[in-house]
Design a protein around this ligand. Structure first.
Ligand code: FES
Length: 204
């Protein structure tokens, strides 16, 4: 596994997943929009992920606290974040500035309809595509103009196309173009260190 620093958060990839992922890399294509042209793209994105029938197992055991692993699932970039206790605490702190903090919209399996939008709070699994016009997302530290909405030392998902922002549970902030949280793909835990992503999951 290789680990690099990207915008204040560690970024981890390995093996075949890395080779496939390079074609759709966040870092290489961070500001590039996909070919979708309306806000209806958000619902189309959700439908596309629900139509995905690829099944993959991902070893998450080597993701260091605070780091993430990016994998390709059906051509979608999926980020698996190993959240620290401080990151988990930030999820509650940010809630007054979020649009859908309780995950009312059906952007996740029922198993992930909670504050951390995950089965295991320490590990978040999110499709890294903006729910506004489906640009690829990057991680970015907070910017001065976000003061009051985003802690100074906080890193989250950022869309360079029109400025949408999401916390580390993929929950969208108020006052940005996007109105929906990030999609959580269907997944389940095979063991303490392996998750299975795909529709053939009992828990999704
Ligand atoms: S696609 Fe424009 S804000 Fe994300």
């Amino acid at each position: 596994m290789t680990v690099t620093e990207e915008a204040g958060l560690q970024h981890s990839t390995d093996g075949a997943g890395r080779r496939r992922f390079l074609a759709r890399s966040f870092s290489l294509l961070g500001a590039a929009c996909l070919s979708r042209e309306s806000s209806a793209a958000a619902w189309s994105l959700l439908a596309d992920t629900k139509a995905c029938n690829q099944e993959i197992d991902v070893d998450i055991g080597d993701i260091e606290p605070g780091a993430r692993l990016d994998v390709d699932w059906c051509g979608f970039p999926v980020s698996i974040i190993h959240r620290t206790e401080a990151m988990l605490a930030s999820l509650e702190t940010l809630e007054p500035g979020l649009l859908d903090p309780q995950s009312a919209a059906p952007q996740q399996p029922d198993t992930c309809r909670n504050r951390s939008r995950s089965i295991v709070p320490q590990y978040g699994v999110y499709v890294g595509i903006c729910t506004y016009l489906t640009c690829y997302l990057t991680y970015t530290p907070a910017k001065p103009e976000w003061k009051g909405l985003w802690p100074a030392d906080f890193t989250g998902f950022y869309c360079a196309c029109h400025g949408s922002r999401y916390d580390l549970a993929g929950r969208v902030l108020q006052g940005v173009p996007s109105k929906l949280n990030l999609v959580v793909p269907p997944h389940r835990y095979v063991s303490d260190r392996v998750i299975h992503i795909g529709p053939g999951t009992a828990e999704a």
